[in-house]
Write a protein that binds this ligand. Structure first.
Ligand code: HSE
Length: 338
């Protein structure tokens, strides 16, 4: 399986490490041998149709700041879009930073890949939240697969749970913590009495926050994930502009203390049903399934027959999100061999 990897930040690097470490096991257990033939970042690209060496890619990125300095195969200034159009491969893994203004460059990457007959796996929430229906239709029209597990819940299979484990039932509402960074910040403000800024710095150092952390703290990252869930799980045709959004920037230490007195924690909660799409801080009682700490995400699905089911897991991080991308690749391979 030849892979074009677009974006080489926390998630892109995590993915490259994962497939290099999992190598033989992937072949033995799933019959796939992923080979990264092209990588693009802001500085340019590296291309080798026989496969790029992951260790060398990571080292080059560390030393030079861009994969374009990769020995012999570096291509300064060459864009991800050009790779999609010119480099042969089965799958494009799109993990450039989320941009919710116009979805770029991810949106163009994904559209070009689908039109070129390449499967796409993405963890980029911008294009999916801005153009979910259009992209799914484009994939169907071109008879390729677009998968996006890493967009919601980091490595936690939230979309898979809703899509596969509750077949035959009908999910009527979704309520949960969809952003690891804000949960981490609120937890550290509660448990260690850190200030908002101190806690945010920690979340950034741990690689949880978006390139622009305003996305996290102002609620937009949660809103993107809610839109993806609402389209995928509730079959609503909604976009980011349909979500009512309030973030956690103005939460004060006094509000955190007040919540504690009421045996509750402040959490940034996303909620969707057939009428509502909302992200806002709420008090969650201690002991409630959604009252989880640190970088954890927790999503409670209410369904017509099975009632309430809650999925909990680490919601951010390079290695975790990379594991969701790998799941998608394996699913694509399995679907192709059926
Ligand atoms: N910044 C995101 C979060 C990353 O903190 O949840 C995972 O989508």
């Amino acid at each position: 399986m030849r892979i074009l990897l677009l974006g080489f930040g926390t998630v892109g690097q995590g993915f490259a490490k994962l497939i290099s470490e999992a190598g033989l096991e992937l072949l033995g257990s799933y019959g796939i041998r992923p080979r990264i033939v092209a990588v693009a970042d802001r500085g340019g690209a590296a291309v080798n149709l026989r496969g790029l060496d992951v260790e060398k890619l990571l080292q080059t990125k560390r030393k030079a700041g861009t994969v374009a300095a990769y020995p012999d195969h570096g291509k300064p200034g060459v864009s991800g879009l050009k790779l999609v159009e010119e480099v042969p491969g089965e799958v494009v893994v799109e993990v450039t930073p989320t941009n919710i203004r116009d979805g770029e460059p991810g949106l163009s990457h994904i559209m070009a890949a689908l039109k070129a007959g390449k499967h796409v796996v993405t963890a980029n929430k911008g294009p999916m939240a801005l153009a979910f229906q259009a992209l799914m239709e484009l994939a169907e029209y071109n008879r390729v697969t677009l998968r996006f597990s890493g967009c919601v819940g980091g490595g936690t299979p939230i979309l898979d749970f809703a899509g596969k484990c509750l077949v035959g039932d009908r999910i009527t509402s979704i309520k949960g913590i969809l952003n690891g960074t804000t949960n981490y910040i609120l937890t550290r403000m509660t448990d260690a009495k850190l200030s908002f800024d101190e806690a945010l710095k920690e979340a950034q150092a741990l690689g949880y926050a978006e390139a622009d952390p305003a996305m996290d703290v102002d609620g937009w990252d949660s809103a993107c994930k809610l839109v993806i869930l609402a389209n995928w799980v509730l079959e609503r045709k909604v976009r980011l502009e349909d979500v009512e959004v309030k973030g956690i920037r103005n939460i004060t230490p006094e509000e955190i203390e007040d919540a504690l007195k009421r045996k509750s924690h402040v959490k940034l909660i996303a909620y969707a049903d057939q009428d509502t799409l909302r992200v806002s801080p709420e008090l969650i009682p201690l002991g409630h399934p959604l009252c989880v700490s640190g970088v954890l995400n927790a999503v409670c699905f209410t369904s017509q027959y099975a009632g309430e089911e809650t999925v909990v897991g680490k919601g951010a991080g390079g290695a975790e999100t990379a594991s969701a991308i790998l799941r998608d690749l394996i699913n694509i391979k399995q679907a192709a061999s059926r």
